[in-house]
Ligand binder design. Structure first.
Ligand SMILES: [Zn+2]
Length: 384
């Protein structure tokens, strides 16, 4: 599969999620109250995906996603599909150590549930294959498949009191976790996805360890040195992708994606985890860079990464729509570090990584993608 778009330079893409239409949220709530059948809800999901595809097409983006319309969140959807994981409200997992972080970080825990390991991890059903097959039926564009990465899934899902009877410690789950995602990547390749993106905000959280410390407390992990987690994250990803050919695989690293209040989000550049990042055996890094919280390009100076970069050029948390000129200047700042021919333009993250917390309105999200397309055209004119 070719890694260069038809137009060659400056391909455009998305990271994954798009805000759900109001009527979809209503349909889900009616289904929860027993007023809508499973079949009727499925029809709403199908309609929402077709709409998300059509709206993305209208923006001119070259590679699209199904907008993650069917998922509760980029992380929790695993528990919606596989019985090895159970969706447990974070409120039910709380302990005294974790309380401290909720207060300090002002975490909105009422709206989060984690997919917790409750049985041996097995891919008893596909995770995202059906999403990709459906999307490909409704577009002639390339379809990207964002799926959760092995490290972020593990640190959120291995909970000492709930998972300890299945795997005594997190490392006992490594092999099954890598196998689960590896099998999914191969199935996504067969389904025709253009790109499989492993979502790893857990790695982005290494920039200041705030969110990492909270998860360790919540899930009862014993870690004496945070560097151990860096090693685990790279090892898990490399084990997952080892030997897989015929499909582009990338890793998306961001600092989390919550509602408007950014105060509790991680802040800092890639310096802290650069040694592990450059060891990742993937073709593309999909990096957050439009937000100031992501720091500078310094960590990548000196040709530290020679693969592709999905450059975050759109701040998904700011409702102001960037002008194409502004986006062009973001790309130009990155070009000497990554190389123009290696850059794909994409937003920093998804626009609605969880159903309860769209970060911007739908019309704003699509206006931003239109601006991104225009910026790519301007760059083509100048450099191609
Ligand atoms: Zn993200």
């Amino acid at each position: 599969m070719t890694t260069v778009s038809k137009q060659g330079l400056f391909p455009t893409s998305v990271v994954g999620s798009l805000p759900r239409p109001r009527w979809l949220i209503d349909a889900i709530q009616r289904h929860e109250r027993g007023e809508l059948s499973e079949g009727e809800l499925k029809e709403s999901y199908d309609d929402a995906v077709k709409l998300a595809i059509r709206e993305q097409e209208l923006t001119g983006v070259e590679e699209l996603s199904d907008g993650e319309q069917r998922r509760f969140s980029f992380l929790a959807f695993v528990a919606e599909r596989l019985p090895s994981f159970r969706l447990i409200p974070v409120k039910e997992l709380m302990n005294r150590d974790a309380e401290k972080f909720v207060r300090e970080m002002n975490l909105p825990i009422d709206i989060i549930s984690n997919p917790v390991i409750v049985e041996k991890i097995r891919r008893s059903r596909p995770l995202a294959v059906d999403e990709v097959k459906f999307a490909l039926k409704h577009t002639s564009k390339k379809v990207k498949a964002p799926i959760i990465g092995p490290y972020t899934l593990l640190i959120n899902s291995w909970n000492k009191s709930k998972s300890g009877h299945v795997y005594k410690s997190p490392d006992e789950a490594f092999e099954d976790m890598a196998r689960l995602l590896r099998e999914e990547i191969m199935a996504l390749r067969e389904a025709g996805a253009s790109f499989v993106q492993l979502d790893e905000p857990g790695i982005g959280n290494f920039c200041d360890y705030k969110y990492t410390s909270w998860l360790l407390a919540l899930n009862g992990w014993k870690v004496s040195d945070m560097r151990e987690l860096h090693k685990i994250s790279a090892e898990l990803i490399n084990r997952t992708v080892k030997g897989i050919g015929g499909i582009k695989v990338g890793v998306h690293i961001c600092r989390g994606n919550w509602p408007a209040d950014e105060a509790h989000l991680s802040k800092g550049g890639y310096e802290n985890m650069i040694d592990e990042i450059v060891e990742l055996k993937v073709e593309q890094l999909v990096l957050e860079y439009a937000t100031k919280r992501a720091g500078s390009f310094d960590a990548f100076e000196g040709d530290r990464w020679d693969g592709e970069v999905g450059l975050g050029v759109i701040d998904v948390k700011n409702p102001r729509v960037e002008s194409p000129e502004e986006i062009v200047s973001r790309v130009e700042k990155a070009k000497d570090v990554f190389g123009l021919e290696k850059i794909t333009l994409n937003p920093d993250c998804g626009f609605a990584s969880g159903r309860p917390w769209p970060v911007v309105q739908r019309d704003v999200a699509y206006a931003k993608l239109r601006s991104q397309t225009e910026a790519a055209r301007m760059l083509m004119k100048k450099y191609a």
